[in-house]
Write a protein that binds this ligand. Structure first.
Ligand SMILES: NC(=O)C1=CN([C@@H]2O[C@H](COP(=O)(O)OP(=O)(O)OC[C@H]3O[C@@H](n4cnc5c(N)ncnc54)[C@H](OP(=O)(O)O)[C@@H]3O)[C@@H](O)[C@H]2O)C=CC1
Ligand SMILES: O=C(CO)COP(=O)(O)O
Length: 346
Protein backbone atom coordinates (compact mmCIF):
# COMPACT_ATOMS: atom_id res chain seq x y z
CA UNK A 1 0.00 0.00 0.00
CA UNK A 2 1.26 3.47 -0.93
CA UNK A 3 0.17 6.80 0.51
CA UNK A 4 -0.92 8.98 -2.40
CA UNK A 5 -2.31 12.52 -2.63
CA UNK A 6 -4.55 13.36 -5.58
CA UNK A 7 -4.74 17.12 -6.07
CA UNK A 8 -7.91 18.38 -7.75
CA UNK A 9 -11.35 17.00 -6.91
CA UNK A 10 -12.98 17.62 -10.27
CA UNK A 11 -14.28 14.75 -12.34
CA UNK A 12 -10.91 13.34 -13.43
CA UNK A 13 -9.12 13.74 -10.08
CA UNK A 14 -11.97 11.99 -8.33
CA UNK A 15 -12.11 9.12 -10.84
CA UNK A 16 -8.33 8.58 -10.64
CA UNK A 17 -8.49 8.69 -6.84
CA UNK A 18 -11.14 5.94 -7.01
CA UNK A 19 -8.88 3.74 -9.16
CA UNK A 20 -6.03 4.17 -6.67
CA UNK A 21 -8.33 3.48 -3.69
CA UNK A 22 -9.63 0.34 -5.46
CA UNK A 23 -5.99 -0.78 -5.67
CA UNK A 24 -5.71 -0.62 -1.88
CA UNK A 25 -3.67 2.58 -1.63
CA UNK A 26 -4.27 5.18 1.08
CA UNK A 27 -5.64 8.04 -1.01
CA UNK A 28 -6.14 11.65 0.04
CA UNK A 29 -8.19 13.72 -2.39
CA UNK A 30 -7.29 17.40 -2.05
CA UNK A 31 -9.58 20.23 -3.10
CA UNK A 32 -9.13 23.98 -2.63
CA UNK A 33 -12.80 24.15 -1.72
CA UNK A 34 -13.43 23.62 2.03
CA UNK A 35 -17.19 23.02 1.61
CA UNK A 36 -16.58 20.46 -1.12
CA UNK A 37 -14.10 18.51 1.07
CA UNK A 38 -16.61 18.45 3.94
CA UNK A 39 -19.42 17.39 1.61
CA UNK A 40 -17.36 14.55 0.09
CA UNK A 41 -16.47 13.24 3.55
CA UNK A 42 -20.05 13.55 4.81
CA UNK A 43 -21.77 11.96 1.81
CA UNK A 44 -19.12 9.68 0.23
CA UNK A 45 -20.00 11.38 -3.04
CA UNK A 46 -18.61 14.13 -5.24
CA UNK A 47 -22.04 15.57 -5.91
CA UNK A 48 -20.91 18.40 -8.16
CA UNK A 49 -18.59 16.52 -10.51
CA UNK A 50 -19.52 12.80 -10.40
CA UNK A 51 -23.01 12.66 -8.86
CA UNK A 52 -23.82 9.15 -10.07
CA UNK A 53 -21.22 7.22 -8.06
CA UNK A 54 -20.47 6.40 -4.44
CA UNK A 55 -16.83 6.88 -3.49
CA UNK A 56 -14.83 4.18 -1.71
CA UNK A 57 -15.27 4.69 2.08
CA UNK A 58 -11.54 5.00 2.72
CA UNK A 59 -11.11 7.81 0.16
CA UNK A 60 -10.78 10.91 2.32
CA UNK A 61 -11.04 14.50 1.07
CA UNK A 62 -8.73 17.21 2.43
CA UNK A 63 -8.79 20.97 2.02
CA UNK A 64 -5.39 21.42 3.66
CA UNK A 65 -2.65 20.71 1.09
CA UNK A 66 0.08 20.33 3.71
CA UNK A 67 -1.87 17.59 5.51
CA UNK A 68 -2.86 15.91 2.25
CA UNK A 69 0.75 15.49 1.11
CA UNK A 70 2.25 14.56 4.49
CA UNK A 71 4.24 11.29 4.20
CA UNK A 72 2.97 10.49 0.69
CA UNK A 73 5.33 8.93 -1.86
CA UNK A 74 3.25 9.89 -4.91
CA UNK A 75 1.34 13.04 -5.86
CA UNK A 76 -1.19 12.95 -8.70
CA UNK A 77 -1.89 16.41 -10.12
CA UNK A 78 -5.30 16.65 -11.79
CA UNK A 79 -6.17 20.32 -12.03
CA UNK A 80 -6.80 22.14 -15.33
CA UNK A 81 -3.49 22.80 -17.13
CA UNK A 82 -3.67 26.54 -16.46
CA UNK A 83 -3.57 25.89 -12.68
CA UNK A 84 -0.44 23.68 -12.87
CA UNK A 85 2.14 26.36 -12.12
CA UNK A 86 0.20 27.75 -9.16
CA UNK A 87 -0.23 24.28 -7.60
CA UNK A 88 3.45 23.41 -8.12
CA UNK A 89 4.47 26.63 -6.38
CA UNK A 90 2.23 25.69 -3.44
CA UNK A 91 3.71 22.17 -3.41
CA UNK A 92 7.24 23.58 -3.11
CA UNK A 93 6.19 25.01 0.25
CA UNK A 94 4.59 21.86 1.68
CA UNK A 95 6.44 18.81 0.30
CA UNK A 96 9.60 17.99 2.22
CA UNK A 97 10.71 14.58 0.88
CA UNK A 98 11.10 13.52 -2.80
CA UNK A 99 7.96 12.03 -4.34
CA UNK A 100 6.94 10.86 -7.79
CA UNK A 101 4.61 13.31 -9.58
CA UNK A 102 2.00 12.01 -12.01
CA UNK A 103 -0.25 14.42 -13.90
CA UNK A 104 -3.52 13.81 -15.73
CA UNK A 105 -4.02 17.19 -17.40
CA UNK A 106 -4.31 17.72 -21.16
CA UNK A 107 -3.17 21.12 -22.33
CA UNK A 108 -0.47 23.32 -23.84
CA UNK A 109 0.31 26.74 -22.44
CA UNK A 110 -0.12 29.62 -24.92
CA UNK A 111 2.96 31.82 -25.44
CA UNK A 112 5.46 29.44 -23.75
CA UNK A 113 4.12 26.33 -25.56
CA UNK A 114 5.04 24.27 -22.50
CA UNK A 115 3.45 20.87 -22.07
CA UNK A 116 2.17 20.21 -18.53
CA UNK A 117 5.20 18.10 -17.55
CA UNK A 118 7.49 20.92 -18.70
CA UNK A 119 5.66 23.45 -16.51
CA UNK A 120 6.05 20.99 -13.62
CA UNK A 121 9.72 20.39 -14.30
CA UNK A 122 10.41 24.11 -14.47
CA UNK A 123 8.39 24.97 -11.36
CA UNK A 124 8.87 22.13 -8.88
CA UNK A 125 11.97 22.30 -6.67
CA UNK A 126 14.42 19.61 -7.82
CA UNK A 127 14.88 18.21 -4.30
CA UNK A 128 11.20 17.23 -3.95
CA UNK A 129 10.88 15.41 -7.29
CA UNK A 130 11.46 11.70 -7.80
CA UNK A 131 10.27 11.97 -11.40
CA UNK A 132 7.41 13.34 -13.49
CA UNK A 133 4.94 11.14 -15.36
CA UNK A 134 2.04 11.99 -17.70
CA UNK A 135 -1.09 9.83 -17.73
CA UNK A 136 -3.24 10.16 -20.85
CA UNK A 137 -5.59 8.21 -23.13
CA UNK A 138 -9.27 7.67 -23.94
CA UNK A 139 -10.78 7.89 -20.48
CA UNK A 140 -13.91 9.79 -19.59
CA UNK A 141 -14.10 10.17 -15.81
CA UNK A 142 -17.80 9.23 -15.79
CA UNK A 143 -16.99 5.76 -17.19
CA UNK A 144 -13.82 5.20 -15.15
CA UNK A 145 -15.77 6.02 -11.98
CA UNK A 146 -18.27 3.29 -12.92
CA UNK A 147 -15.35 0.87 -13.38
CA UNK A 148 -16.03 0.38 -17.07
CA UNK A 149 -13.05 -1.07 -18.96
CA UNK A 150 -10.58 1.71 -19.80
CA UNK A 151 -7.05 1.86 -21.22
CA UNK A 152 -4.52 4.64 -20.73
CA UNK A 153 -0.81 5.25 -21.26
CA UNK A 154 1.74 6.60 -18.80
CA UNK A 155 4.92 8.22 -20.05
CA UNK A 156 8.05 9.77 -18.64
CA UNK A 157 11.53 10.71 -19.78
CA UNK A 158 12.69 7.95 -17.42
CA UNK A 159 10.84 4.75 -18.29
CA UNK A 160 11.18 3.34 -14.73
CA UNK A 161 9.11 6.29 -13.51
CA UNK A 162 6.36 5.43 -16.00
CA UNK A 163 6.52 1.80 -14.84
CA UNK A 164 6.15 2.95 -11.24
CA UNK A 165 2.98 4.86 -12.20
CA UNK A 166 1.74 1.83 -14.15
CA UNK A 167 2.11 -0.28 -10.96
CA UNK A 168 0.12 2.21 -8.90
CA UNK A 169 -2.84 2.50 -11.28
CA UNK A 170 -3.22 -0.79 -13.17
CA UNK A 171 -6.16 -3.05 -12.29
CA UNK A 172 -8.68 -5.26 -14.03
CA UNK A 173 -10.85 -2.32 -15.13
CA UNK A 174 -8.07 0.18 -15.77
CA UNK A 175 -5.34 -1.16 -18.04
CA UNK A 176 -2.21 0.99 -18.12
CA UNK A 177 0.42 0.88 -20.87
CA UNK A 178 3.81 2.61 -20.79
CA UNK A 179 5.43 4.74 -23.48
CA UNK A 180 8.86 6.40 -23.63
CA UNK A 181 7.47 9.20 -25.86
CA UNK A 182 6.50 11.87 -23.34
CA UNK A 183 6.25 14.59 -26.01
CA UNK A 184 3.91 12.52 -28.20
CA UNK A 185 1.75 11.33 -25.31
CA UNK A 186 1.23 14.85 -23.96
CA UNK A 187 0.75 16.51 -27.35
CA UNK A 188 -1.76 13.87 -28.50
CA UNK A 189 -3.85 14.34 -25.34
CA UNK A 190 -3.78 18.13 -25.59
CA UNK A 191 -4.30 18.57 -29.35
CA UNK A 192 -7.22 16.13 -29.66
CA UNK A 193 -9.31 18.61 -27.65
CA UNK A 194 -9.10 21.08 -30.55
CA UNK A 195 -10.49 18.47 -32.93
CA UNK A 196 -13.21 17.52 -30.41
CA UNK A 197 -14.36 21.15 -30.34
CA UNK A 198 -14.48 20.98 -34.15
CA UNK A 199 -16.45 17.71 -34.08
CA UNK A 200 -18.95 19.31 -31.70
CA UNK A 201 -19.30 22.35 -33.97
CA UNK A 202 -19.84 20.05 -36.96
CA UNK A 203 -22.60 18.18 -35.09
CA UNK A 204 -24.09 21.47 -33.91
CA UNK A 205 -24.25 22.65 -37.51
CA UNK A 206 -26.20 19.49 -38.33
CA UNK A 207 -23.45 17.82 -40.36
CA UNK A 208 -23.17 14.05 -40.16
CA UNK A 209 -20.80 11.18 -39.59
CA UNK A 210 -18.87 11.79 -42.81
CA UNK A 211 -17.84 15.24 -41.60
CA UNK A 212 -16.87 13.86 -38.20
CA UNK A 213 -14.75 11.08 -39.70
CA UNK A 214 -13.05 13.70 -41.87
CA UNK A 215 -12.29 15.86 -38.84
CA UNK A 216 -10.90 12.95 -36.84
CA UNK A 217 -8.71 11.71 -39.69
CA UNK A 218 -7.47 15.04 -41.02
CA UNK A 219 -7.17 16.22 -37.41
CA UNK A 220 -4.87 13.28 -36.77
CA UNK A 221 -2.81 14.30 -39.81
CA UNK A 222 -2.21 17.81 -38.50
CA UNK A 223 -1.59 16.62 -34.93
CA UNK A 224 1.02 14.22 -36.31
CA UNK A 225 2.65 16.98 -38.39
CA UNK A 226 3.04 19.30 -35.40
CA UNK A 227 3.98 16.43 -33.06
CA UNK A 228 6.73 15.18 -35.36
CA UNK A 229 8.11 18.71 -35.69
CA UNK A 230 8.20 19.01 -31.88
CA UNK A 231 10.18 15.78 -31.53
CA UNK A 232 7.42 13.20 -30.93
CA UNK A 233 7.44 9.75 -32.49
CA UNK A 234 4.68 9.97 -35.15
CA UNK A 235 3.64 6.39 -34.38
CA UNK A 236 2.51 7.49 -30.90
CA UNK A 237 -0.38 9.32 -32.56
CA UNK A 238 -1.92 6.09 -33.84
CA UNK A 239 -2.01 4.77 -30.27
CA UNK A 240 -4.30 5.33 -27.28
CA UNK A 241 -3.17 8.90 -26.65
CA UNK A 242 -3.74 9.88 -30.29
CA UNK A 243 -6.38 8.04 -32.30
CA UNK A 244 -7.85 6.46 -29.15
CA UNK A 245 -8.45 9.78 -27.44
CA UNK A 246 -9.61 11.44 -30.67
CA UNK A 247 -12.32 8.79 -31.06
CA UNK A 248 -13.55 9.00 -27.48
CA UNK A 249 -13.56 12.78 -27.30
CA UNK A 250 -15.06 13.46 -30.72
CA UNK A 251 -17.85 10.92 -30.38
CA UNK A 252 -18.88 10.88 -26.72
CA UNK A 253 -21.60 12.89 -25.05
CA UNK A 254 -19.37 12.97 -21.96
CA UNK A 255 -16.81 15.22 -23.66
CA UNK A 256 -16.87 18.82 -22.45
CA UNK A 257 -14.93 19.89 -25.54
CA UNK A 258 -17.46 18.22 -27.83
CA UNK A 259 -20.35 19.75 -25.83
CA UNK A 260 -18.85 23.24 -25.97
CA UNK A 261 -18.33 22.85 -29.74
CA UNK A 262 -21.90 21.62 -30.17
CA UNK A 263 -23.26 24.77 -28.51
CA UNK A 264 -21.01 26.95 -30.66
CA UNK A 265 -22.22 25.15 -33.78
CA UNK A 266 -25.77 25.92 -32.72
CA UNK A 267 -24.95 29.60 -32.56
CA UNK A 268 -24.03 30.21 -28.89
CA UNK A 269 -21.30 32.72 -27.99
CA UNK A 270 -18.02 31.39 -26.55
CA UNK A 271 -18.28 33.29 -23.23
CA UNK A 272 -21.82 32.01 -22.65
CA UNK A 273 -20.76 28.46 -23.52
CA UNK A 274 -17.83 28.50 -21.07
CA UNK A 275 -19.99 30.06 -18.38
CA UNK A 276 -22.63 27.36 -18.74
CA UNK A 277 -20.20 24.39 -18.76
CA UNK A 278 -19.10 24.64 -15.11
CA UNK A 279 -16.11 22.40 -15.96
CA UNK A 280 -12.87 22.97 -17.79
CA UNK A 281 -12.87 23.05 -21.62
CA UNK A 282 -9.13 22.67 -22.24
CA UNK A 283 -9.42 22.82 -26.04
CA UNK A 284 -10.07 26.57 -26.10
CA UNK A 285 -6.73 27.53 -24.56
CA UNK A 286 -4.93 24.77 -26.45
CA UNK A 287 -6.32 26.06 -29.76
CA UNK A 288 -4.63 29.39 -29.08
CA UNK A 289 -1.34 27.69 -28.15
CA UNK A 290 -1.36 25.30 -31.14
CA UNK A 291 -2.30 28.09 -33.57
CA UNK A 292 0.64 30.20 -32.37
CA UNK A 293 3.01 27.22 -32.33
CA UNK A 294 2.02 26.08 -35.84
CA UNK A 295 2.86 29.55 -37.22
CA UNK A 296 6.18 29.61 -35.39
CA UNK A 297 7.10 26.12 -36.56
CA UNK A 298 5.69 26.64 -40.10
CA UNK A 299 3.45 23.59 -39.76
CA UNK A 300 0.18 23.56 -41.68
CA UNK A 301 -2.79 23.06 -39.30
CA UNK A 302 -5.91 24.15 -41.22
CA UNK A 303 -8.49 22.74 -38.79
CA UNK A 304 -6.73 24.36 -35.82
CA UNK A 305 -6.51 27.66 -37.72
CA UNK A 306 -10.22 27.45 -38.57
CA UNK A 307 -11.08 26.76 -34.93
CA UNK A 308 -8.93 29.72 -33.87
CA UNK A 309 -10.94 31.96 -36.21
CA UNK A 310 -14.24 30.70 -34.74
CA UNK A 311 -13.12 31.00 -31.11
CA UNK A 312 -11.05 34.17 -31.17
CA UNK A 313 -11.99 36.05 -34.36
CA UNK A 314 -15.74 35.53 -34.10
CA UNK A 315 -15.88 33.90 -37.54
CA UNK A 316 -19.00 32.04 -38.62
CA UNK A 317 -18.33 28.26 -38.21
CA UNK A 318 -20.18 27.46 -41.46
CA UNK A 319 -17.92 29.83 -43.38
CA UNK A 320 -14.88 28.13 -41.85
CA UNK A 321 -16.16 24.70 -42.94
CA UNK A 322 -16.65 26.04 -46.48
CA UNK A 323 -13.08 27.35 -46.48
CA UNK A 324 -11.69 24.03 -45.25
CA UNK A 325 -13.59 22.18 -47.97
CA UNK A 326 -12.35 24.44 -50.76
CA UNK A 327 -8.64 24.37 -49.90
CA UNK A 328 -6.21 23.63 -52.70
CA UNK A 329 -6.35 19.98 -53.80
CA UNK A 330 -3.66 17.65 -52.41
CA UNK A 331 -2.34 14.14 -52.07
CA UNK A 332 -3.79 12.64 -48.87
CA UNK A 333 -0.42 11.49 -47.48
CA UNK A 334 1.58 14.44 -48.81
CA UNK A 335 3.78 15.28 -45.86
CA UNK A 336 2.91 12.26 -43.72
CA UNK A 337 4.88 10.08 -46.12
CA UNK A 338 7.96 12.27 -45.68
CA UNK A 339 7.54 12.06 -41.89
CA UNK A 340 7.44 8.25 -42.16
CA UNK A 341 10.51 8.24 -44.43
CA UNK A 342 12.37 10.26 -41.78
CA UNK A 343 11.49 7.65 -39.14
CA UNK A 344 12.73 4.77 -41.24
CA UNK A 345 15.93 6.64 -42.16
CA UNK A 346 16.50 6.69 -38.43
N1 LIG B 1 -12.86 14.70 -17.04
C1 LIG B 1 -12.27 13.77 -17.75
O1 LIG B 1 -12.91 12.79 -18.16
C2 LIG B 1 -10.83 13.89 -18.07
C3 LIG B 1 -10.12 15.05 -17.84
N2 LIG B 1 -8.80 15.12 -18.15
C4 LIG B 1 -8.01 16.32 -17.89
O2 LIG B 1 -7.88 16.49 -16.49
C5 LIG B 1 -7.71 17.87 -16.17
C6 LIG B 1 -8.72 18.24 -15.09
O3 LIG B 1 -9.99 18.04 -15.67
P1 LIG B 1 -11.31 17.71 -14.86
O4 LIG B 1 -11.08 17.04 -13.59
O5 LIG B 1 -12.18 17.02 -15.83
O6 LIG B 1 -11.82 19.20 -14.64
P2 LIG B 1 -13.08 19.69 -13.81
O7 LIG B 1 -13.48 20.97 -14.40
O8 LIG B 1 -14.03 18.57 -13.66
O9 LIG B 1 -12.44 19.96 -12.36
C7 LIG B 1 -11.34 20.79 -12.17
C8 LIG B 1 -10.96 20.74 -10.70
O10 LIG B 1 -9.77 21.52 -10.51
C9 LIG B 1 -10.06 22.52 -9.53
N3 LIG B 1 -9.27 23.71 -9.77
C10 LIG B 1 -9.37 24.57 -10.80
N4 LIG B 1 -8.47 25.56 -10.68
C11 LIG B 1 -7.81 25.31 -9.53
C12 LIG B 1 -6.76 25.99 -8.83
N5 LIG B 1 -6.19 27.11 -9.33
N6 LIG B 1 -6.32 25.47 -7.66
C13 LIG B 1 -6.87 24.35 -7.17
N7 LIG B 1 -7.87 23.67 -7.77
C14 LIG B 1 -8.32 24.15 -8.94
C15 LIG B 1 -11.55 22.77 -9.64
O11 LIG B 1 -12.02 23.38 -8.46
P3 LIG B 1 -13.43 24.19 -8.44
O12 LIG B 1 -14.50 23.16 -8.29
O13 LIG B 1 -13.31 25.08 -7.27
O14 LIG B 1 -13.53 24.93 -9.75
C16 LIG B 1 -12.04 21.34 -9.81
O15 LIG B 1 -12.05 20.65 -8.59
C17 LIG B 1 -7.94 18.63 -17.50
O16 LIG B 1 -6.68 18.96 -18.04
C18 LIG B 1 -8.64 17.61 -18.40
O17 LIG B 1 -8.36 17.80 -19.77
C19 LIG B 1 -8.12 14.05 -18.68
C20 LIG B 1 -8.79 12.87 -18.92
C21 LIG B 1 -10.18 12.69 -18.64
O1 LIG C 1 -9.81 13.76 -22.25
C1 LIG C 1 -10.91 13.29 -22.06
C2 LIG C 1 -11.24 11.88 -22.32
O2 LIG C 1 -10.11 11.11 -22.64
C3 LIG C 1 -11.99 14.18 -21.57
O3 LIG C 1 -12.33 15.05 -22.58
P1 LIG C 1 -13.18 16.37 -22.27
O4 LIG C 1 -12.27 17.28 -21.49
O5 LIG C 1 -13.55 16.91 -23.60
O6 LIG C 1 -14.37 15.95 -21.46
Amino acid sequence: MTKIAVLGAGSWGTALAMVLADNGHEVRLWTHNKEQAADINATNQNRRYLPEVTLPKDLIAYDDMKKAVEDVTAIVLVVPSKATREICEKLNKVVSKPVIFIHGAKGIEPDTFYRVSVIMEKTLDKHISNGIVALSGPSHAEEVSKRHPTTVTVSSNVIEHAEHAQDLFINKNFRVYTSPDLIGVELGGALKNIIALGAGISDGLGYGDNAKAALITRGLAEITRLGARMGANPLTFIGLTGVGDLIVTCTSVHSRNWKAGHMLGQGAKLDDVLESMGMVVEGVRTTKAAFQLAILQKVEMPITAGLYDVLFENKDPKEVVDQLMSRVRRHEMEDLSSIMEDIYKG
